[in-house]
Write a protein that binds this ligand. Sequence first.
Ligand code: N01
Length: 542
Amino acid sequence: MLPKSLKFDVAIVGAGFAGMYMLHKLRQLGMSAVVFEAGDDVGGTWYWNRYPGARCDAESLAYSFSFSPELEQEWEWSERYAPQPEILEYARHVSRRFDLRKDIHFETRVTTAHYQDDSLNWHLETDKGHRVVARFCVMATGCLSVPQLPDIPGVQNFKGNLYQASRWPHEPVSFKNQRVGIIGTGSSGIQAIPVIAEEADHLTVFQRTPNFSVPAKNEPLDQGWVDEFKKNYRAHRENHKHAIGSGFGDLKIEPRDGPAEPILRSQLSEDKATLILEEAWETGGAKFMGAISDQLMNEEANQFAKEFVHRKIQETVIDQETANLLCPTNHPIGTRRICVDIGYYETYNRENVTLLSVKDNPIEKITESGVMVNGELTALDTLVLATGFDAMTGALLKIDIRGKEGLALSDKWHAGPRSYLGIAVADFPNLFTVTGPGSPSVLSNMLVSIEQHVDWMVDCMAHMKEQDLKVIEAQPQAEDDWVSHVNEVANMTLFPKGGSWYLGANVKGKPRIFMPYAAGVGAYREVCNQVTAKGYEGFTFH
Ligand code: N01
């Protein structure tokens, strides 16, 4: 039990993969650290998102820690895309293997984090009454950790079973003999729908915006292939870290020395471009978006991929009216997070599944017994909300964070998040944000990005320790320049046309700013390395 008032070198908020790795690295540096975690276990996103069908859309052997060669050799993944329980078990294994749990305080939410101008420390308070003083404060609060409930009148009136995908109960949920409804067709809904449909008596999907989804082609991992892969693990990891794109990792190829030549749509015949997409479709997974290199940069290339997927939907779904409703037309493919599914479109061929478009006729209200659309009630026993998150800034702004002279982060970010490298915020000295807005974060393999950020931050703290420096602060000009650069890069892509949570577009009143850095993990790593090499350019120490 932690005494209620204590002093540490570092206070860490969150015990997902970011918080755990930060704790591990700080211990190696001989710095004292404490972690506060709202859940009653480690795992972050994988602790909360236990809905049926939840699994990672990055491949298991790439979506794992690389810092310990022993860990990566000893842990056995069962499937190409790991299911949520397995990833959660991996997180628990990591916490035990590196003896992390003793410094993590579970079921404890940090409520305030205030910088003290006189002592140069952070003061944190928790909902359990802790008061902690720390030289550094690290926010490892996750990018998708604050659920977004729909602003539909009457949700609280529903008398049946009401579940939220991102706050799923720990005990098993049965849909047997039930009329189930689900609101939301993002990644969560698209994963849950096929699994719920298997069990429910009837499933009604309330779809406002159709999303693009590509088949996962999930399969059990072949031990021989895994052994070979593990022999080359270091080289694969290097590939992921320096990737031109997301760092999801191309697991089917041999590690290569340099980036491949871009394949541009304009240089391909229609047949050749179709063949490339067909191969990517058959291979499965989100890398479909990189099959033709300029798909996310060029309208024509994007339109070509879009039409390809429309054809796939129309070929898969027997009822063409349903197929057409499932074809997204209003946004470029990939500008809303591409979904990766197991039998999603096929599910609409089941007799017990109905797709109800609520695009032109929004859900009017939720009543005691179901969902009302266009004056008609769909009676339900169970309603599932898969309505997304207040992404990237939500978890940070939920905490009362105050920097120099009491400046509130919520005031500083009233027009959208501003950060230098997605790592630090001017006027908030010694505060680090792991995978913060302005870094590749949600556009990348999160494990690659988490490790890169934590390594950078811990190297920086080691440098400060060595040089006896007390405070690091992002320079306002460096922050302004970075924010402009992040916007400039986003505007070179089609992302801003997606109208998605990447932009804050799913939260009423949230400023519309494209939050992640879209230049890819390799380019971003290089920028961060250069900043370090130039004596932490853009930062001030004192
Ligand atoms: O949330 P979303 P998500 N009436 O915001 C709908 C990651 N993730 O939890 O688009 C009707 O994508 C909303 O409709 P619209 C991944 O990065 C990863 O599914 O606003 N519908 C939309 O369909 C992902 O992108 C994994 O028109 C309403 C849905 O709710 C991110 O998390 C798995 C509505 C929300 O979709 C978020 O995904 C799961 C209303 N009033 C999640 N309000 C993997 O690794 C909202 N909606 C595989």
